[in-house]
Design a protein around this ligand. Structure first.
Ligand code: AMP
Length: 284
């Protein structure tokens, strides 16, 4: 396997790489990731490859979006493998900075995006979205691309990033790509690597629950409470699966209507053993 070239680790050369491409008249796409890449990440890179002239992926396990009790230390890291995977889909360069490069001594700014960052993930993972918003804003500052690619899998993150980009007038277009799933329906995630075979089987409760809610919606159900119950029943039937939240949201927002009247998203989070998983489905 060949590596994507170049692998950049410092701020100035990365900014220069992006600037040079844009000065040459190219549209530049950036894909922020934490590495431990899978086909879901690569689908974002492929979309960027189709829609942009030059593509930069970033690989950075961002400590500020992990709480002290979370999996920052054991989060899987393999830059050589990630770079090789990115090369297979034609990514032109990788930015893989150290923690010291991203957070040098004296760095204290943190971005609070406000109400959309508070419920669901924000409530269970206090500080998480401040970490996400800050690192994404920094990445946009380091790699001033035209377009940035994110996955629908992290629905609330897309809302938080869009809000921040709008509120701070950041000159970048946010593109959201569909969730890639394994053939049995499990949403691809770097954290799936933590699951034992029996846990992986139990983890299917999330996508099955969401599919059950979608089927109810397609047969005419519009009450959010009933749609939530579809997911809840599926999860509660599986021992070893601990439900954290189910929400029915107006698509593109964090509003929770009682009755679904337009496009919506059903979002779920659960722990399977020690592993925390999230997933969502769009109702249209
Ligand atoms: P992460 O490395 O988990 O921070 O994810 C980097 C980007 O990939 C985020 O925008 C995620 O939403 C996106 N992503 C993660 N899993 C998937 C998936 N299964 N399908 C599509 N995009 C994904």
């Amino acid at each position: 396997m060949t590596n994507a070239r170049p692998i950049l680790t410092e701020v100035a050369p990365t900014r220069e790489w992006v600037r040079a491409r844009r000065l040459a008249g190219e549209v530049v796409g950036v894909i922020p990731t934490m590495g431990a890449l899978h086909a879901g990440h690569l689908s974002l890179a492929e979309a960027a490859r189709r829609e942009c002239d030059a593509v930069l992926a970033t690989v950075f396990v961002n400590p500020t979006q992990f709480a002290p009790n979370e999996d920052f230390e054991r989060y899987p890291r393999d830059l050589a493998r990630d770079a090789a995977m990115l090369a297979t889909v034609g990514v032109d360069a990788v930015f893989a900075p150290s923690v010291a490069t991203m957070y040098p001594p004296g760095c204290t700014t943190s971005i609070d995006v406000g109400p959309v960052a508070r419920p669901l993930e924000g409530a269970i993972r206090p500080g998480h979205f401040a970490g996400v918003a800050t690192v994404v804003a920094k990445l946009f500052g380091i790699a001033p691309a035209d377009r940035a690619y994110f996955g629908q899998k992290d629905y609330q993150q897309t809302i938080v990033v869009r809000r921040m980009v709008a509120d701070l007038n950041l000159p970048i277009e946010v593109v959201v790509c569909p969730t890639l799933r394994d053939p049995d329906g499990l949403a691809m995630s770097s954290r799936n690597a933590y699951l034992s075979p029996p846990e992986r089987e139990r983890a299917l409760a999330l996508s099955r629950g969401l599919r059950a809610a979608e089927a109810r919606y397609l047969s005419g159900e519009r009450r959010a409470s009933t749609l939530r119950d579809c997911v809840k029943n599926m999860l509660e039937a599986i021992p070893g699966v601990e439900l954290q939240y189910i929400a029915v949201l107006r698509d593109g927002t964090m509003d929770e209507p009682e009755l679904v009247e337009g496009p919506a998203v059903v979002a779920v989070a659960a722990k399977v053993g020690a592993t925390r998983l999230i997933d969502n489905v769009r109702l249209m």
